[in-house]
Write a protein that binds this ligand. Sequence first.
Ligand SMILES: [Zn+2]
Length: 265
Amino acid sequence: MLKKLNLQKKRQITKKKKSKVKKEHYKTLKLKPLSSKQIATQNEKKVKQKKQPNKRDTKKNICLIGPIASGKTTCASVINTDGYFVVPLNALYASLFDSLNLDDLSELNVNLHIDDHIVNIVSQLDEQITMPIVFDGFPQNLNQLSKFVEAGGHIERVFYLDASFETLYARAYERLVCPNPNCSLVTNRYNANVVDGFLTCPICNSALTVRADDNLFSLDSRYNEFYDYLGEIELGCNVLDIPFIKVDAEKDPMNVCKDIIGRLQ
Ligand SMILES: [Zn+2]
């Protein structure tokens, strides 16, 4: 989706009603997750809105980190209101592929290389976008965190969404996606409609599918990878004086959102 933002062209962006990021805003906020398509549309509107030099060091960017199915994307989509711009990590990868013209990350030889590219993209976005950003799934490790800060980025808080393996696995297995590219809803079997024995999208009625990356092997390795780096991210936050806030993500994702939004005020 970020491809549409056309990073290379450095479209100029502006300070929207930045002053609008305030308490009333959250009081009236409707807690309803958006689809990735809706987020992309909202983000695009925000990008088109204005231009002004950006003061990166005063931006209240926040990071949501957590293992798969911990609720990061749901929370990011709820926080994606007038005041925040959402940058999901998977979109960073998409724009990384774009800029490198690669189909497969395996063609990049070392991790450091990947981190450098990710941090470059994140920093460019941070320079271009005046409003505070919600990074969904960034940073993935200490290297990314420290490089972003070294490059002049500011992170106001890092929220770690913590839940048990049982909960995470159960959620990941319940997760279904809408294959319609204009919809791309991520949902679960309880929210789906049932038509002739098929689970269908509650928005566009396409037959829902299981996420390709939600198989047992990939879940295990992705959980391991996440927890391998969690400790160093927390340590890095302590050293860099960034509040690292552990959020109980065991509960329903909507309540997790309320918890996080409450802490943003
Ligand atoms: Zn759909």
